[in-house]
Design a binder for this molecule. Structure first.
Ligand code: COA
Length: 181
């Protein structure tokens, strides 16, 4: 899957170093929106940094450890989502995401995460996917809830982003619970 049309102007593509300029520009425009919840934002200060992150993601894909995707909306980069910490022994992985603030509130990320779950169960040694989010990050927690995940656990002070420390809610979804599996 290099690039896939999800309909309605939404596309998912394998995240490659060629996306570095567009993704860095998007992060730069969205710093305030993203930094409260995502620890990489302050460290991302150049296109070169973004490019080396994307190269590393391709290495992780080659090693079967991660899959990073770029989300496009009407041909323009709109955000990212990824399958992380793929653990073939325990057949589990976790999903992360971020979206341009101007494109929130339309269901785009919920659709994209749904497609990533299809890919996880179809193409990776995974029978369980998790989403971790802070309880105060309501738009993020709403995504697993909307997709039928179970709220399984809450770890205290287990998420850090810049100066913030939050509890970590773990949402889980099993292969047999996914209607499209
Ligand atoms: C987390 C984040 C991606 C969620 O964005 P979002 O726009 O709320 O999520 P979606 O694109 O799935 O859209 C859902 C919204 O669209 C609405 N919507 C409209 N049509 C919809 C549809 N067909 N299906 C689902 N939702 C729809 C939903 O009601 C919801 O809006 P609401 O919150 O006002 O009820 C975004 O807030 C973000 O990037 N935050 C910063 C980074 C971050 O926190 N990442 C996660 C770290 S754990």
């Amino acid at each position: 899957m290099l690039r896939e049309d999800l309909g309605g102007g939404l596309e998912l593509a394998l995240a490659v170093p060629q996306h570095a300029e567009a993704l860095f520009g998007l992060i730069d425009e969205n710093r305030e929106h993203l930094r409260r919840w995502l620890p990489f934002v302050d460290a991302t200060q150049s296109v070169e940094y973004a490019r080396s992150f994307l190269k590393d993601q391709l290495c992780q894909l080659a090693e079967g450890r991660a899959l990073a995707l770029t989300l496009f909306h009407q041909g323009r980069a709109a955000g990212m989502l990824s399958l992380n910490r793929i653990d073939s022994v325990n057949r589990a992985a976790s999903i992360g995401y971020w979206l341009d603030k101007g494109l929130t509130g339309r269901g785009l990320m919920t659709r994209a995460v749904g497609r990533l779950i299809d890919l996880a169960f179809a193409s990776f040694p995974v029978d369980r996917v998790e989403i971790h989010c802070a309880p105060g990050n309501e738009p993020s927690c709403a995504i697993p809830e909307r997709l039928g995940f179970t709220r399984e656990a809450m770890l205290r002070q287990a998420l850090r982003a810049h100066e913030y420390v939050d509890d970590r809610v773990i949402w889980g979804l099993l292969r047999e619970e996914w209607p499209r599996h």
